[in-house]
Ligand binder design. Structure first.
Ligand SMILES: Nc1ncnc2c1ncn2[C@@H]1O[C@H](COP(=O)(O)OP(=O)(O)O)[C@@H](O)[C@H]1O
Ligand SMILES: [Mg+2]
Length: 452
């Protein structure tokens, strides 16, 4: 029992801990498997004082030593009874043990080790843990491979592993190849995956921000005239998404969505969001008419196809390498239960995610500059121009790749998903980042002013 207060305060400070700001206690810590004398995988159950979810389970790979390790001071999980326990992802020696386990490919007590053919691991590399806002922990092994340790665990198939495996086996070049993964409890818990390290990768979000900023600083030019125009990239990104959708449809199969039911859910979500953000009511007619349009779509229309999708697509889940765009992080919408995230869904939800992300890139850059020397109206206008230009390119890339122009029904779906996403963002920002609330509200305002 005595270890729990230390571990709880460690947990509360981790980026990947989803319960920040909530009262919780650790109800159980158990060892799932030992990888060596020093390194083991622990599962930590957390119970919250109130709210949902009421409980969560986190994975903590740890290394334990009979004395303090100065090099790991920042990663101390607990100490006591002559044992010092550290977060293993920060511990190079512990990460070398993980790499060895993958390289050997042999199961351990309590741990199943899966390897895919096609790549010999470079075991001479050193590990570096990634920083940044992440919901899991990623560790690079030189420039050879990257291990992602899933933090919040739920029983069942992890879609990130599942989709990377399927796309790797299909020879798709728009994801990092899967090299292997670790699982436990008869495959019911997937713990970590090892994949190709994407060299020369630039974050799509950062590239988009840079492009928008370049435009704002060139007062007299239009997006296509400015150095750093993003449209060719947006076009290629659209094509990449379409290609991945085709493979997902081919691999996991297709079904259809019920547009009226989806429109009803969106409408209900809008009503719930309005109680959090009363300003949303100004856009009620515009938003609700888009949702209501879904009920008019005749069933059996080809645009209603559903298949496995990315599920949480935005520019932060894209990397531009010298060999083209790659999509990462197929875990799906983190707030949804695992089983729901693996259901077929409309590909237009992914496209809408990217459309909203382009708007965020332009608007957040504009907000940064507004605080400095530039006039807001001018930049606001140009931000909008940048978004229209790049959304058009994204859609062109998407439809050209699949060889079919966007249909009226698909446009209706896309409009509804975009509006629904902006409503979700408004509720999210009001709760978490009130300074960003104007971004989705401005998008809904523009939508309300659009002729229909
Ligand atoms: N294969 C890879 N090679 C290099 N960098 C990667 C790779 N996969 C992901 N990344 C980087 O790591 C970050 C986190 O990865 P992601 O899978 O999105 O983890 P999380 O679930 O924690 O969000 C990404 O934003 C990306 O910048
Ligand atoms: Mg991510």
């Amino acid at each position: 029992m005595s270890e729990h207060p230390q571990r709880a305060s460690f947990l509360a400070n981790q980026r990947w801990f989803a319960g920040k700001g909530r009262d919780f206690e650790i109800t159980d810590v158990r060892v799932l498997a030992a990888l060596s004398e020093t390194v083991r995988i622990e599962l930590v159950d957390v119970a919250y004082a109130e709210g949902t979810p009421a409980t969560e389970t986190y994975q903590m790979p740890v290394s334990h030593y009979p004395g303090p390790q100065e090099r790991l001071g920042h990663a101390l999980v607990r100490e006591g009874d002559g044992e010092w326990t550290y977060d293993a992802v920060h511990d190079r020696d512990a990460m070398a043990v993980y790499l060895e386990v993958f390289d050997t490919g042999e199961d351990l007590d309590g741990l199943a080790v899966h390897r895919l053919a096609g790549h010999d691991l470079d075991t001479s590399t050193h590990s570096t843990v990634f920083g940044g806002e992440q919901s899991n922990s990623s560790v690079a092994f030189g420039e050879d491979s990257l291990m992602k340790v899933f933090r919040k665990l739920t029983t069942g198939t992890n879609p990130d592993v599942e989709i990377h495996e399927a796309l790797t086996r299909a020879g798709n070049t728009h994801v990092a190849s899967l090299y292997g993964y670790l699982s436990a409890e008869d495959e019911q818990l997937q713990l970590a995956m090892l994949q190709q390290f994407l060299r020369t990768a630039s974050d799509g979000w950062v590239l988009a921000l840079t492009s928008a900023r370049n435009l704002y600083l060139e007062a007299d030019l239009h997006p296509h005239e400015v150095g750093g125009d993003f449209a060719a990239e947006a076009h290629r990104l659209g094509a990449t998404i379409a290609e991945i959708h085709q493979v997902l449809a081919g691999t996991f199969g297709t079904t259809t969505i019920d547009p009226a039911a989806i429109g009803q859910q969106m409408s209900d979500r809008f009503r719930a969001a309005t109680s959090v953000v009363p300003d949303l009511s100004a856009y009620e007619d515009a938003v609700q008419s888009r949702f209501a349009a879904l009920a008019e779509v005749p069933s059996g229309t080809p645009g209603l196809v559903a298949h496995r999708i990315h599920g949480d697509l935005h520019l932060g889940q894209t990397l531009r390498t010298s060999l083209g765009w790659k999509l990462v992080d197929f875990e799906g919408e983190p707030a949804k239960p695992l089983a729901e995230r693996r259901l077929p869904d409309s590909p237009w939800r992914d496209v809408a995610g990217m459309v909203r992300s382009l708007d965020y890139a332009a608007a957040s850059t504009a907000a940064d500059l507004e605080a400095t020397e530039h006039g807001y109206d001018q930049i606001g206008y140009r931000a909008h121009e940048w978004v229209e230009h790049n959304v058009a390119a994204l859609l062109d890339g998407y439809t050209e790749q699949r060889g079919v122009p966007i249909t009226g029904v698909e446009q209706t779906l896309l409009d509804a998903y975009v509006a629904d996403k902006a409503v979700y963002e408004a509720a999210y920002e009001a709760r978490n980042r009130p300074g960003w609330l104007p971004i989705p509200l401005a998008a809904l305002d523009r939508l309300a002013k659009q002729p229909r």
